[in-house]
Design a protein around this ligand. Structure first.
Ligand SMILES: [Mg+2]
Length: 390
């Protein structure tokens, strides 16, 4: 048996860049299209080094997550980098008073090390295979600036996506839907009218609708328009098991919850409470690849499908390795924007044109996460670096 790699150092490389033609909407929390707008984005590349020269790396880590990684780092020094189950459970306990975000990035880096150690892409380590992953165009939030500002704008964009090969389309509606649910309903009914049978239609109000009553009105519209799922409708933040069980009793359209709860145990509790139809999980929020796979297999045991939150090479590996799933979330996309992300990768994209003609994407095939970082771009945009622990 080969010697296991041992963690020796954790390093952070900070960078920032400016996204063009975007701004923030009414309450600053949603990115939206805005002609002439500029938005400064900051991110960090986390690197976990080992005594064998293998490094696990993950980009676009943001402030709260990085703060947790800093709190967890001293534990990691000297640990066997392949003992992901032990580390998952120890970090879960160590993070129990926090948002549980840092442990997910640590786990992803450990899987990257494992892939490089064995010389295989992650989907092979997970028992999967290279296969087409059906993507949905996940739109940027509706805006008030002439981009996705009307039901007609969403219709035109859905038409463009259909022509490109997409088989599914998800609306992130207007922030101010909380003051005018009829605008959201008009959009749903129009999309159902125009695209039923051509696109699987999804909607995610992202917890913006102000109360249960308006959420119910939107759910009835989803029934009429035959939507595939609706997601996180209202401002309980998507966490009330009781409210979502009630919504499921009153609305026929399948509900997708559990994006805003954390890790295996809370997901299983939500399922057992009859509070969701599809199960949301994400490597970034649910304890990494280890945690997301636990949720995927727990859902499989209940006969339910798990839908991964957001794009990225890690989610392509997971989706290539599980049976009980439907779509890859490709986003956030907008008809007037070439990208909404930092271009940290070489030869890899989750932008609108990343699909093939059938609307599919594929997992990367290099060892570990399997995508090369664009070091020229990272070094040019670097604002600082630090050794977190060694
Ligand atoms: Mg969502």
């Amino acid at each position: 048996m080969r010697e296991s790699p041992v963690i020796t150092k954790i390093e952070a490389i900070h960078y920032s860049h400016t996204l063009e033609e975007v701004s923030r909407d009414y309450n600053t929390f949603n990115m939206v299209y805005k002609p002439g707008g500029k938005s400064k984005q900051s991110g960090t590349l986390v690197r976990i080094h080992t005594d064998q020269g293998l490094t696990g790396e993950y980009p676009d880590v943001t402030g709260p997550t990085l703060a947790e990684i800093k709190m967890l780092s001293s534990y990691l020094i000297g640990k066997n980098a392949l003992t992901r189950e032990l580390i998952y459970n120890d970090l879960k306990r160590g993070s129990r008073h926090w948002a549980m975000l840092g442990m997910g990035i640590v786990d992803i880096c450990l899987w990257d090390i494992a892939g490089k150690f064995y010389g295989e892409p992650l989907f092979r380590l997970l028992g999967g295979d290279l296969q087409p992953l059906k993507a949905y165009a996940s739109t940027l939030h509706g805006d008030e600036n002439g981009g996705l500002s009307t039901a007609g704008d969403f219709e035109d964009f859905a038409h463009k996506c259909l022509q490109m090969g997409y088989q599914a389309f998800k609306v992130h509606g207007w922030g101010l839907a909380r003051d005018n649910i009829n605008r959201e309903i008009e959009n749903v009914l129009n999309l159902g009218n125009k695209f039923e049978g051509k696109l699987d239609l999804l909607i995610d109000p992202a917890c913006e609708i102000k109360n249960f009553g308006d959420a119910l009105k939107l759910g009835k519209a989803c029934d009429e328009a035959n939507f595939f799922w609706w997601e996180d409708p209202f401002q309980d933040n998507g966490v009330s098991q009781f409210a979502h069980r009630k919504l499921r009793q009153l609305v026929k359209t399948p509900l997708l919850q559990t994006e805003h709860i954390r890790l295996l145990e809370q997901h299983v509790d939500f399922i057992v409470a009859d509070a969701t139809d599809y199960v949301r999980a994400g490597a970034h929020e649910d304890g990494g690849i280890t945690g997301a796979m636990k949720i995927a297999h727990a859902s499989e045991g209940f006969g339910l499908d798990v839908e991964l939150h957001g794009p990225g090479p890690v989610h392509r590996h997971i989706m290539s390795s599980i049976r009980n799933t439907n779509f890859y979330e490709l986003g956030l996309v907008h008809p007037n924007l070439p990208t909404t992300k930092a271009p940290v990768y070489l030869d890899y994209s989750d932008d609108l044109d990343a699909i093939d003609q059938e609307g599919n994407v594929y997992a990367p095939q290099g060892p570990g996460i399997g995508v090369n970082l664009d070091w020229d771009w990272i070094n040019f945009h670097k604002t600082g670096e630090e050794i977190i622990a060694e």
